[in-house]
Design a protein around this ligand. Structure first.
Ligand SMILES: *[C@@H]1O[C@H](CO)[C@@H](O)[C@H](O)[C@H]1NC(C)=O
Ligand SMILES: *[C@@H]1O[C@H](CO)[C@@H](O)[C@H](O)[C@H]1NC(C)=O
Ligand SMILES: *[C@@H]1O[C@H](CO)[C@@H](O)[C@H](O)[C@H]1NC(C)=O
Ligand SMILES: *[C@@H]1O[C@H](CO)[C@@H](O)[C@H](O)[C@H]1NC(C)=O
Ligand SMILES: *[C@@H]1O[C@H](CO)[C@@H](O)[C@H](O)[C@H]1NC(C)=O
Ligand SMILES: [Zn+2]
Length: 424
């Protein structure tokens, strides 16, 4: 073979290698999504002591994920390698269990199989953070006379916590402000989806009850308050909950709903930076997301209502989350919140959300959440956390409008009733 030809063949070979490598890198990014193959999902019932022991034992193990745990029932995702350890404690403590899913990777795959392509934003699928932000941007341009983009803060990776302000020219200023904080926990995908659905309702509905609340308030709505975490959940690990800041020991992220500066680090908080779920950060407001967002909130005059959207406990919570004590207008909040749940139930005909109550009463105590800070430091009259529907943070994409309609009615009921109580 002449030398020249050999060289060019070698070149071709290298080029081929090069392109093969590129393709491999590309497909690796696609396949990089954590599969959770054969992870099982359990619901466990039993004694308070037994549940506690099981939770404590599993917490230390990163092959298990504790999703929710109240006094006598808890839910766990368990890696195949950990099943026998799990069963040992379950047996020793005489606990009862149901397997809710044999293999949770199927749900993840199902959800991913219908992720949206490029094109118009809709509510039949879940969108990544850039698409959500594009939607907000588009809406601010479509309705420029009464909506505008607002920056609530920054993320560790340099994203803006982007929101939409809706302030129509009906009625005179100063209007009371209603603030919606959604998606602070990254994996709770139904929260941002429901929030953009609600924005769409405010912008386009002709229902006079909706246009009435739209005009009555100055709305500040933030669909994703943990944009880095959400993107990570969307592209790497479905169950990611925290921020993406780097700890000195190289573990990633803190729980942004344990990081606010009120009773920080006490209930249901971890001081272990490697804790997958509830690491509270190095200090109050260690995370730029909570630090910047709280300073934005502090700057709002006339803040009447602060509404936080999470999933998936299907409950309505009132402050405080880390105490058994009731705040001074607790009775009002419960009555108003109860009407909110009536509106939602009337619309959806699904099982009624539980509550309203404090987390200590119906969930578990947790410190350092946004709701408690907003109430205690800013003394905002109406403060609520809605835990939306779903199981294992999955809510079927084709049912986003169903949840969206229910929550729209709940918020309509909430603000309508609050006004009847004299808050507006
Ligand atoms: C912006 O929103 C309008 C109204 O919903 C829609 O028709 C249009 O396609 C959107 N544009 C982009 C670039 O998404
Ligand atoms: C919000 O709308 C009201 C009513 O039109 C107006 O008076 C007020 O100036 C608006 N606020 C801002 C900051 O644009
Ligand atoms: C609301 O009314 C406007 C104008 O009357 C109309 O163009 C629009 O399609 C209506 N929207 C809905 C969702 O019915
Ligand atoms: C608006 O709310 C009232 C009750 O507050 C209800 O009777 C009426 O049907 C609602 N209107 C619409 C269009 O849903
Ligand atoms: C909440 O509403 C339900 C149904 O309307 C009612 O049965 C219940 O008594 C109410 N609870 C409170 C605390 O108002
Ligand atoms: Zn949450």
């Amino acid at each position: 073979m002449p030398i020249e030809q050999a060289v060019s063949l070698t070149m071709k070979y290298y080029l081929l290698l090069f392109f093969t490598a590129l393709v491999c890198v590309a497909s690796e990014i696609v396949d990089n999504y954590k599969s959770y193959k054969d992870y099982k999902y359990y619901e466990v019932h039993g004694t308070q002591h037994g549940i506690k022991r099981l939770t404590e034992a599993l917490k230390k193990n990163d092959a298990s994920l504790v999703y929710s745990s109240s006094k006598d029932v808890a839910e766990f995702v368990i890696a195949p390698s950990l099943v026998s350890f799990f069963m040992k404690i379950v047996t020793e403590e005489n606990l009862m269990y149901n397997i809710l899913y044999e293999d949770i990777s199927n749900i993840i795959q199902l959800e991913r199989s219908i992720l949206p392509g490029k094109g118009d934003f809709s509510w039949t699928s879940y969108y990544d953070i850039d698409d959500i932000n594009d939607y907000l941007t588009n809406m601010s341009k479509t309705y420029p006379s009464w909506s505008e983009l607002i920056a609530g803060g920054q993320s560790y990776q340099g994203r803006t916590i982007l929101g939409l302000r809706i302030n129509t020219s009906q009625r005179n200023a100063p209007k009371p402000v209603v603030f919606i904080e959604s998606g602070i926990h990254a994996r709770e995908w139904i929260a941002p989806a429901t929030t953009t659905y609600f924005i769409n309702e405010l912008l386009t509905s002709n229902d006079s009850n909706i246009t009435h609340i739209r005009d009555q308030f100055d709305w500040r709505i933030f669909p994703s308050c943990n944009p880095d975490g959400y993107h990570h959940s969307y592209t790497v690990d479905r169950f990611w909950r925290k921020t993406l800041s780097k700890s000195s020991n190289r573990c990633i992220g803190a729980d942004p709903n344990r990081n606010w500066d009120y009773n920080w680090g006490q209930e249901s908080s971890s001081d272990d930076p490697c804790d997958y779920q509830i690491y509270a950060g190095t200090k109050p407001f260690s995370e730029i997301e909570t630090r910047s967002l709280s300073s934005y909130i502090k700057g709002i005059d006339n803040l009447l209502a602060y509404i936080s959207l999470h999933s998936n406990a299907e409950i309505l919570l009132v402050p405080y989350s880390d105490s058994n004590q009731h705040i001074d207008n607790y009775d009002d909040l419960v009555k108003i919140g109860n009407v909110s749940l009536d509106y939602g139930h009337e619309k959806s005909k699904q099982k009624r959300y539980r509550g309203p109550a404090t987390a200590a009463e119906i969930l578990y105590k947790a410190s350092g959440g946004s709701m408690d800070w907003v109430r205690s430091v800013l003394n905002v009259p109406l403060v609520y956390t809605y835990e939306l529907r779903g199981r294992l943070f999955y809510w079927s994409p084709e049912k986003i409008p169903e949840q969206g309609d229910e929550v729209t009615q709940m918020l309509l009921g909430l603000m309508t009733e609050a006004c009847k109580f004299g808050y507006c």
